[in-house]
Design a protein around this ligand. Structure first.
Ligand code: NAG
Ligand code: NAG
Ligand code: NAG
Ligand code: NAG
Ligand code: NAG
Ligand code: NAG
Ligand code: NAG
Ligand code: NAG
Ligand code: NAG
Ligand code: NAG
Length: 396
């Protein structure tokens, strides 16, 4: 075992052959110092890097950990990203997709992060700064980028400045037994703190996690395919969301083969959701073979929603229906309470842009003072034992 402490020791350590070291331990270098270079060098040099219990690494420089192979990071202590906003504004890794930026890109093959510790985004400074500057680019906590066979397991992620996890161009990526929580202690909310955004990636599983955040719990973005999400507890989120898709002209978005099951979701804007743009200058794509099953919903505004006229007025949507075609979607076992009267809305664009949407085993109940549950639908012939709740869907 080797200890990576001050930068001087580290440099001499890493100039030597790394083959002898099986595991390296990174401990904090002392108050006021940046531990980013130590962590980066340890991971590059050693198959296993340990951040021990009681250690908080202060990361003040970006972590470019791409192209790794056969690495494990045992995060038993804490990795905290120093909220030096001017530094990160110029130095985060950037991605063109939705103009995202990240503290840490982690990629390669056969990688693991585990250990029971905490990844801390120190988001409060960001939540407050974003209130003053709405164009501030806030970093994603962890981006798994161009990776195969990655397991992120048994850690906590707290106070991400923006999205917690971005899965970008990966395959075989597993997240298991994580707790995510973003809570603002000021009046400025922890905005856009999505749990996961999956983009251009396949074979991704997210299981057995607790999430308390201020935007999508999980979002399936363009070209997320073969995804399993199971046994999550989401609180305060914007839901388990497909999309939004079809936003950018000339871009073709695919989301297919997705299962989201056994989800407990509370105090959310949406429960199970699909959203796609319509309008004159938008993109195109398909959403196919999506299953939402067994959602225990509590106090959610829109427990079940398809919006295929996303951010588009009814008249424009009639003239320019969505070019994202939706088919083979199942909502099965949607139970619990809503905060509004309308408990389910399946609103498709006109011109047969949705097909094979099944609704089964619905038991969604609005607050007593809101009266009986309402169901809304348009431009779709629903199937399944809950279809009768919706009545005949309007044609627009
Ligand atoms: C983290 O490192 C930066 C840069 O060296 C330093 O300014 C800051 O005080 C450190 N923070 C902590 C908590 O040590
Ligand atoms: C990150 O490191 C990889 C090598 O693994 C290099 O190719 C890439 O240019 C680096 N990215 C940045 C933004 O520095
Ligand atoms: C707001 O944030 C943007 C993007 O990070 C930056 O370019 C701009 O200078 C900031 N504006 C102010 C007033 O700080
Ligand atoms: C996540 O939270 C649960 C419930 O509070 C706890 O039992 C579990 O140990 C936490 N996981 C980690 C990695 O700390
Ligand atoms: C669901 O995940 C939690 C951890 O968040 C775990 O304690 C529980 O055993 C899991 N339930 C099932 C049925 O696997
Ligand atoms: C759940 O989310 C609601 C709404 O954001 C919040 O008020 C509440 O504190 C959260 N509960 C927990 C246990 O974090
Ligand atoms: C999604 O995949 C399809 C088929 O490979 C490709 O044509 C399209 O450009 C991809 N879209 C994005 C947003 O990557
Ligand atoms: C639908 O998606 C699920 C989950 O990825 C997959 O297991 C199943 O084979 C897919 N069905 C078809 C017909 O592709
Ligand atoms: C659904 O969630 C509510 C609130 O969290 C809980 O009281 C109830 O036991 C859950 N029901 C099922 C069937 O899991
Ligand atoms: C959900 O509601 C359906 C229909 O009322 C019911 O058959 C099913 O047992 C409920 N499931 C849960 C987990 O509460």
């Amino acid at each position: 075992m080797r200890f990576f402490t001050p930068l001087v020791a580290l440099v001499s350590c890493c100039a030597a052959s790394a083959s002898a070291a099986v595991s390296c331990t990174v401990i904090a270098a002392g108050a006021g110092l940046d531990n980013g270079p130590s962590l980066l060098s340890a991971v590059q040099a050693c198959p296993t890097t340990i951040i021990p219990v009681g250690t908080t690494l202060n990361i003040s420089t970006r972590l470019n950990m791409t192209g790794l192979s056969n690495k494990e990071i045992k995060l038993q202590g804490t990795i905290r990203f120093n909220p030096n906003i001017p530094y990160w504004s110029g130095n985060g890794f950037t991605y063109p997709f939705q103009t995202q930026v990240t503290f840490w890109q982690f990629g390669g093959s056969n990688l693991r992060i585990d250990g029971g510790g905490t990844l801390d985004g120190a988001g409060q400074a960001w939540y407050d700064a974003f209130k003053k500057n709405s164009s501030l680019l806030r970093p994603i906590l962890l981006t798994v980028y161009q990776a195969q066979n990655v397991v992120i397991e048994s850690i906590n992620m707290i106070n991400s400045p923006e999205w917690f996890n971005f899965v970008n161009e990966g395959t075989g990526i597993t997240y298991n037994l994580l707790n995510l929580s973003a809570v603002s202690t000021s009046k400025n909310p922890a905005k856009n703190t999505d749990g996961w955004d999956i983009y251009r990636s396949s074979s991704v599983t997210i299981t057995n996690c607790n999430i308390n955040n201020g935007d999508d719990c999980v979002a399936f973005k363009p070209n997320a395919t073969n995804i399993l999400v199971n046994n999550l507890s989401c609180n305060g989120s914007h839901g388990i969301s497909v999309g939004s898709l079809g936003q950018y002209p000339g871009v073709y978005d695919i989301v297919e083969n997705v299962v989201a099951s056994n989800i407990r979701i509370s105090n959310a804007e949406n429960g199970a959701r699909i959203k796609a743009w319509a309008g004159k200058t938008v993109g195109s794509g398909i959403v196919k073979n999506i299953t939402f099953s067994t959602f225990n919903q509590t106090n959610n505004q829109n427990p079940v929603i398809i919006d295929q006229c996303y951010e588009t007025s009814a008249s424009v949507c009639t003239q320019y229906p969505s070019n994202v075609y939706i088919s083979d979607v199942s909502f099965d076992g949607m139970n619990g309470t809503s905060s509004k009267t309308t408990v389910a809305s399946i609103l498709c664009s006109p011109d047969n842009r949705c097909s094979d949407v099944a609704v089964n085993n619905f038991n969604l109940i609005p607050p007593v003072k809101k009266g009986a549950a309402k169901y809304a639908c348009q431009n779709i012939a629903l199937t399944g034992n809950a279809a009768s709740l919706f009545g005949t869907c309007a044609t627009t």
